[in-house]
Structures are given as C-alpha cells and as structure tokens.
Design a protein around this ligand. Structure first.
Ligand code: FES
Length: 64
C-alpha cells in the first residue's frame, strides 16, 4: 500500500498527496488514477466541493 499524506494547510484546504480514491456525497468517484495531489475544502465555502476553489481566501478562513 502506497503512503498517503494529508497536510492541513494554513488557513486553507487539506492537501492530499498520494494514490487515493475520493468519493463525493452521492457515491460518485471524483478522483482519477493519474492525479496524485488534491486540495479538499475545509472552510465549507467552496462551490466545487469536495475540492477547494479558493473561496477560503475571500472568506478569510482561519484554520486555528
Ligand atoms: S478550503 Fe478552499 S474553498 Fe474551502
């Protein structure tokens, strides 16, 4: 099994590195085999959930 790393970025998304399968709330796989880095929203404001779309910056999201 390949190592997967999740970094909590400062005032931003979760950075997910490695081979992962990401499934949305409707059960649809939204990751691809080729992609090895994902940025997942943790501010709740993204319009492209589960992915970050940069809204955290406009909302001045504070991670701590
Ligand atoms: S963390 Fe970037 S839009 Fe939510």
């Amino acid at each position: 099994m390949e190592n997967v790393r999740i970094n909590c970025t400062k005032n931003g998304p979760y950075e997910v590195l490695g081979e992962v399968t990401i499934v949305d709330a409707n059960g649809r796989t939204v990751s691809s085999i080729e992609q090895k880095a994902y940025y997942l929203c943790r501010c709740g404001g993204s319009k492209t959930k589960p992915f970050c779309d940069g809204t955290h910056s406009r909302n001045h999201f504070q991670s701590e």
